[in-house]
Design a protein around this ligand. Structure first.
Ligand code: FCB
Length: 471
């Protein structure tokens, strides 16, 4: 797949009529640990996130996932919410420790039963399930044996994928293996912000490889199953530009882009890690953990690819003269690279709002890689919602979603094969190390009563989905 080399058409004015291609998929996304709660119910064993939440200081508000949105018990009314908004696709994740509480061996019938009912509930409402197998909740029993630092975890992951598909594959066609493996590897093992909360750069690189190997082995298992499976992977991508044309900044952007984007895309689509980044990582590891055949498995055929897009980065090399004032924190795994604000408005996460970066990310993947059809599997924004009489008017979130959808359409107009969009998130939820302090939902969750109320953004997004664009 390729896109024309000419510049993309400029965005049309916000009021003009624009439409997505017929059949474009409109959905919302969630993840098991962020919404389900019920962490000890029906034989589920602890995940690495349950463990991290117990570590003092790891989660901003000291909270955990034990109740979250109580989706485990409220899933039916949550699916009614989705259906009420007229959305026809739902991206959710399956909790590995519910299915394989012991890490291997006999699957847990009650865990499988929950997703069985969820999938039936979706289909009964005319909503297509998109299941993600790993959204960061590794069974703690596997972490105790080395987690993603251990090659064995990749094989356990493929087993779990096969078990799950065996049970749900008659009704679930769309499977994603991993969600944002960069976060699992680097936030989990280098910066320590995410579970398992370790801080060793070499371990992060080892984990990145075993995550990708797990993806490859699971992809082979899913494709080899009795039922036809459309297999994809979900990556977080950013458009990365240098702060100036100084050699230090240009090199900072190269390294950051290499680690965030090319490391994953090259492995998946060219069957090789990018040589310049292997060289950058050489101060930590000689990559001797990569075995013959690994890259062939990692680059096995994909049917679709998911892109999570939130923001873009401007990179500065610390060798370059820095402006006066406090220096931002150097970037994980690129010690001598820092991110600089790009002058755009920011969300409640502090993330720059850069819709044009989404167009660039989509075009770049289409142009530079032999990628399958693309989906935006997450896009959305946290804002400090103001509740008036139980209602939330959230114009910033509406503007964010609207602008990114227009940016996505710009990419389609330029020739990118983009098939769908899933807003992050259906509802406010446990935002990892930020606990419940950051709200990404288009549906508000009152954490005292667990009551759900669609925000103005839910209605605005539903209207765009219904119209397949803007009338
Ligand atoms: C992504 C995660 C998702 C959510 C959003 C805000 O990195 O995949 O679970 O936390 O960020």
């Amino acid at each position: 797949m390729s896109v024309p080399t000419s510049a993309p058409a400029p965005s049309a004015p916000a009021s003009s009529s624009r439409h997505f291609p017929p059949g474009f998929v409109w959905g919302a996304a969630t993840a098991a640990f962020q919404i389900e709660g019920a962490t000890t119910a029906d034989g589920r064993s602890p995940s690495i996130w349950d463990t991290l939440c117990e570590r003092p200081g790891a989660v901003l508000d000291g909270s955990d996932g034990s109740v979250a949105c109580d989706h485990y018990h409220r899933w039916e009314s949550d699916l009614d919410l989705l259906a009420g908004l007229g959305l026809t696709a739902y991206r959710f994740s399956i909790s590995w420790p519910r299915i394989c509480p012991g890490g291997k061996g006999e699957p847990n019938e009650k865990g499988l039963g929950f997703y069985d009912r969820l999938v039936d509930g979706l289909l009964a409402r005319g909503i297509t399930p998109y299941a993600t197998l790993y959204h960061w909740d590794l069974p703690q029993v596997l972490e105790d044996k080395g987690g993603w630092r251990s090659r064995d975890t990749a094989y356990r992951f493929a087993e779990y994928a096969a078990i799950t598909q065996h049970r749900l594959g008659d009704r679930v066609k769309h499977w994603a293996t991993l969600n944002e493996p960069w976060c699992s590897a680097f936030l989990g093992h280098a910066s320590g912000e995410h579970a398992p909360g370790r801080t060793d750069q070499a371990e992060a690189v080892v984990a990145s490889h075993h995550l990708l190997l797990g993806h490859g082995l699971a992809t082979e298992a899913l494709h080899g199953g009795r039922r036809p499976a459309e297999v994809g992977v979900v990556l977080n991508h950013y458009d990365i530009t240098p702060a100036s044309d100084s050699p230090a900044d240009v090199d900072a952007a190269r390294r950051l882009d290499g680690q965030q984007n090319r490391w994953w895309l090259d492995a998946l689509y060219t069957g090789a890690y990018p040589a310049d980044i292997v060289e950058d990582f050489a101060r930590w590891t000689d990559m001797s953990f990569v075995q013959d055949g690994d890259l062939a498995a990692i680059s096995s055929r994909l049917d679709w690819m998911g892109i999570n897009y939130y923001s873009s980065f401007v990179a500065r090399g610390l060798g370059a003269p820095a402006p006066a004032g406090p220096r931002p924190t150097p970037w994980i795994g690129c010690e001598d690279v820092e991110l600089v604000p790009n002058g755009e408005p920011v969300t409640h996460m502090g993330w720059d709002v850069v819709p044009s970066g989404l167009t660039k990310v989509l075009e770049r993947i289409s142009r530079d890689y032999d990628a399958p059809p693309l989906f935006i599997t997450e896009n959305g924004a946290a804002y400090d919602d103001v509740v008036v009489d139980g209602q939330v008017e959230d114009p910033d979130r509406i503007a964010y979603i609207d602008a990114h959808l227009r940016a996505a359409l710009d990419a389609i107009d330029a020739g990118v094969d983009l098939r769908g969009y899933f807003v992050w998130s259906l509802m406010d939820n446990f935002e990892w190390a930020w606990g419940y302090t950051r709200r990404f939902g288009v549906v508000r969750v009152d954490y005292d009563t667990l009551e759900r109320t669609p925000k103005a953004s839910a209605h605005a997004y539903a209207a765009i989905a219904r119209e397949n664009g803007w009338a």
